[in-house]
Design a protein around this ligand. Structure first.
Ligand code: SF4
Ligand code: MG
Length: 315
């Protein structure tokens, strides 16, 4: 993903002109084959827009998306068709993403129909997938409404897997679920990744969840990537002031550990992505701000192997 931009045009009827929401504003990073890349940040920072643009649900405004060696950034639907199968999505809300009038069998079968597979083989694939995600063969004739939230997300995972994708975008796949169910879904995703060599882009605002599942993590703020590191090192050695603040907002169960840590509380609101601040976008909330931050935008730079930061203090 290179210099990716996704702007949405909105009407400002008060000013009588159109403006652009700069949801993703010049973002570059790689996702390696077989890894889980986590994207974190507050809601509205552009995480989902990145996911939907690189899987080409959205057309990018600018920039390059290379998938499996193919430049799919501006590919037309006809050319995209053969790549669509390799990129699947597991959505946040299993309640909304499954058609209530389709049986589980039909839901999982739908993406399979575009492939040239006999009916008997399709049945076998569906039975096999139900088992892999922890559902029963008998569930094939039941409807989404008969299942719990966690079970519905299992159906969503089975559907995504049916066409043997290489890459899966997991957009907040557990945030609509009870905490007790979240771990089960995460474990299924991990097992399936090992079994099929899947690559994940895992989007979440839940930092402990992302840490648990990801190999590397990118932190987003207001349409930009501000820090990228391996997940272990990001948590041990956060350098961007925004990452530090995000991490210190994670609750710690042990009262002694919690007492001894330096909490950095984020104050103020996220500025509008229509008119992001000049210079560093985080300057309105940053307590380390220096003069330069007012007018020069910090670029994301690699400061150590595998660790990149966009902050004037780290150069
Ligand atoms: Fe803070 Fe300046 Fe770094 Fe931005 S560039 S995060 S304002 S110190
Ligand atoms: Mg989102």
């Amino acid at each position: 993903i290179k210099n990716l931009k996704k702007y949405f045009e909105v009407k400002n009827s008060f000013l009588k002109r159109n403006e652009f929401v700069k949801a993703v504003d010049n973002v570059s990073f790689n996702i390696n084959k077989g890894e889980t890349f986590g994207l974190v940040g507050e809601s509205g920072c552009g995480k989902s827009t990145i996911g939907r643009t690189i899987t080409r649900l959205y057309k990018p405004t600018e920039g390059k998306i290379i998938f499996n060696g193919n430049n799919i950034s501006h590919m037309k639907e006809r050319g995209l068709k053969k790549h669509r199968k390799d990129m699947q999505i597991i959505f946040q809300d299993p309640f909304a993403s499954l058609n209530p009038y389709m049986s589980v069998g039909d839901i999982i079968n739908e993406p399979l129909e575009i492939l040239n597979i006999s009916k008997k083989d399709r049945f076998n694939i569906i039975y096999d997938l139900l088992e892999k995600v922890g559902l029963n063969k008998g569930d094939i004739d039941r409807y989404p409404g008969e299942f719990s939230g966690g079970q519905r997300q299992r159906i969503g995972i089975a559907r995504a897997l049916s066409v043997k994708p290489k890459f899966i975008l997991c957009d907040e796949p557990t945030s609509a679920l009870d905490v007790s169910i979240q771990a089960q879904v995460i474990n299924i995703l991990k097992d399936l990744q090992d079994e099929f060599g899947l690559t994940y882009l895992f989007i979440s605002h839940d930092l402990s969840m992302v840490n648990h599942i990801s190999d590397r993590i990118g932190v987003m703020y207001l349409g930009k990537l501000v820090e990228v590191n391996t997940s272990d090192n990001l948590y041990k050695d956060p350098l961007h002031p925004y990452t530090k603040a995000l991490l210190s907002s994670i609750p710690i169960a042990d009262p002694d550990l919690a007492k001894n840590r330096n909490r950095e509380i984020l104050t103020g609101d996220v500025p509008s992505p229509i008119n992001p601040p000049k210079g560093c976008r985080f300057k309105t909330r940053c307590k380390y701000k220096i003069d330069k931050c007012e007018y020069i935008e910090p670029e994301l730079r690699e400061i150590k192997k595998g660790h990149s930061v966009a902050c004037h203090l780290t150069i």
